[in-house]
Ligand binder design. Structure first.
Ligand SMILES: [Zn+2]
Ligand SMILES: [Zn+2]
Length: 160
């Protein structure tokens, strides 16, 4: 009995992230106003953003971003965890913690689609970094809102 209880608790612990921002799916009666939509390359993972303007937007040239994106830099827009809603695929994600090189869900970590491996976001302790390349920005006004405001490492910003 005690053993079964412990097992239930640990199962709940493992899956607890699914009920927390940014991974929880909003209830239909919640007032989540989807302003942008985004998806990974294969389309298994889809999310929506309610905030019109990112808190910040940057290009990061650190070696972790270069390696993780296999690109000269990462273009990232910063949001609160509550600003997004996974419309689809929040169970089809995988994690990577570049500090410990572990694939457990530990913060801060990199989040990818487990099927096509597109980077979905960097999840920090309080904020998330989304990648505007995945977001459907339809107007010049929207594109202007996501324009990079600074370039790392030419600032003191640390992205966790
Ligand atoms: Zn995918
Ligand atoms: Zn970086």
């Amino acid at each position: 009995m005690a053993q079964e209880q412990a097992r239930n608790e640990s199962t709940e612990g493992i899956n607890a992230w699914k009920k927390r921002a940014p991974y929880r799916i909003h209830e239909p009666n919640e007032n989540f106003n989807a302003r942008y939509e985004a998806n990974c390359h294969c389309g298994r993972v889809k999310y929506e953003i309610s905030r019109k303007e990112p808190l910040d937007s940057k290009l990061c040239h650190c070696t972790t971003c270069q390696t993780q994106h296999a690109a000269p830099f990462q273009w990232a827009a910063i949001f609160h965890k509550e600003d997004i809603n996974f419309a689809k695929g929040h169970h089809d994600l995988e994690w990577y913690d570049p500090t410990s090189k572990s694939v457990e869900h530990k913060l801060p970590c990199k989040v990818r689609c487990s099927y096509c491996h597109s980077p979905i976001m960097d999840e920090g302790r309080n904020m998330i970094l989304l990648f505007p390349s995945l977001i459907h920005l339809k107007t010049d006004e929207d594109r202007a809102l996501f324009k990079p405001r600074y370039v790392y490492p030419y600032s003191i910003f640390s992205h966790n």
